[in-house]
Design a protein around this ligand. Structure first.
Ligand SMILES: Cc1ncc(COP(=O)(O)O)c(C=O)c1O
Length: 365
């Protein structure tokens, strides 16, 4: 089976040696602080190292006071739901949106209203129209290398989104976990840079740039909003999240291992993205359309209207290939003619063979 639904790094890309080195470095001095309860906002030294690392990627200085350590973007989304919404509230999401965030929103009994996207990301005019009717608890958006479409919100729409957030006093939760994974050109400036001028909370994660098993991420927000989050019961009772792991990752950043890993990932994923894109173009019928990604993990295929990719998946499985059907990413039972492919997990031979098997299924319609 070649499972092109898998949105995670191949096992050989997990930085076992680098993490062993970083762990030895951070435990090599008699300092027990990492094994005690941590500061609610996250270890200060770690946040300074993180702000330097992010400053290089965002190409502007990042204030460590705006950063709060999380157990990853999923936990941050869950915490934001806990603190800033209540059961029955409306939230705005993109159509399509990250399918597992949909599940977290359902856990909190939130009601998603989905907003359309195009090749330039969320259609902000549609957002404005909806804001005239409804005030959501927040908008959840994936502005850069979107999951599943890989598109980026254009510069003018970013400006408009921030302006709308200010004008309507709407919280924007920007899931920016793929932002550092740019392959063809510099990524757009993150929404994180607007977190002081508007009510923006930006989410980042080491899952996509180091290892998902670390369960380590961060959020970036205005200091007053960070302070509100710091006061929550979870952090009051348990202290800051993941102090030990953040100590190890701080060493990885200070030793330059983090930069080395990110360079390797970008080279590898960029190659895989090109391999998959070229194979799809040569093997699939012209009626299968997709936008070439410039970063992230995914290619989003649109098949002719009337195709049901859930039915197609059953046929694909019988040919030992899998993908993620589009309906999983829809909040209104749509996107049935779409599917998501990941190029992150497999190397060239499996990607080529996977596309070959997929073409045999799609070709037959
Ligand atoms: C858009 C998006 N947000 C969040 C996550 C999960 O991130 P984490 O591992 O940091 O919880 C993923 C992982 O697939 C994702 O694609």
């Amino acid at each position: 089976m070649i499972d092109l639904a898998i949105g995670q790094p191949s096992p050989w890309l997990l930085p076992v040696e680098a993490m062993a080195k970083a762990a030895a470095h951070c435990t090599g001095h008699p300092d027990c602080v990492l094994l005690a309860y941590g500061a609610e906002q996250g270890d200060g030294h770690f946040r300074v190292a993180l702000s330097k690392f992010l400053g290089k990627i965002y190409v502007q200085p990042i204030d460590a006071a705006q950063l709060l350590v999380t157990n990853g973007a999923s936990q941050a989304i869950d915490l934001i739901c806990t603190l800033f919404s209540k059961a029955g509230d409306t939230i705005f999401v993109e159509e399509p949106t990250y399918f597992l965030a949909r599940k977290i929103f359902a856990d909190h009994q939130l009601k998603p209203v989905s907003l359309p996207m195009d090749a330039d990301g969320l259609i902000v005019e549609a957002l404005e129209e909806e804001l005239k009717r409804t005030r959501p608890a927040f908008l959840y958006t994936i502005p850069t290398y979107h999951n599943p479409t890989s598109v980026c919100l254009s510069a003018s729409r970013r400006e408009k989104l921030v302006e709308l957030s200010r004008r309507y006093d709407i919280m924007v939760v920007a899931d920016e976990v793929y932002h550092p994974l740019s392959y063809t050109s510099a990524p757009p400036p993150p929404l994180a840079v607007s977190c002081v001028s508007a009510k923006v909370i930006s989410l980042g994660s080491f899952s996509k740039i180091l290892a998902p098993g670390l369960r380590l991420g961060w959020l970036q927000a205005a200091p007053a909003l960070v302070e509100r989050i710091v006061q929550c019961g979870l952090l009051d009772s348990g202290g800051g999240l993941n102090p030990f792991t953040s100590g190890v990752v701080r060493s990885a950043m200070e030793l330059g291992l983090m930069d080395e890993n990110l360079t390797l990932l970008k080279e590898t994923y960029s190659r895989r993205m090109q391999t998959m894109g070229a194979a799809l173009r040569s093997r699939l019928p012209a009626s299968a359309r997709f936008i070439d990604p410039a970063g992230g993990f995914f290619i989003w295929l649109s098949l002719p209207e009337g195709t049901d990719t859930l039915d197609l998946l059953a046929k694909a499985k019988s040919r030992n290939v899998e993908f993620m059907p589009g309906s999983k990413f829809s909040s209104r039972q749509g996107l049935k003619n779409c599917l998501r492919l990941s190029f992150a997990y497999y190397d060239t031979p499996e990607l080529l063979e996977g596309v070959e098997r997929l073409a045999a299924v799609v070709g037959k319609g």
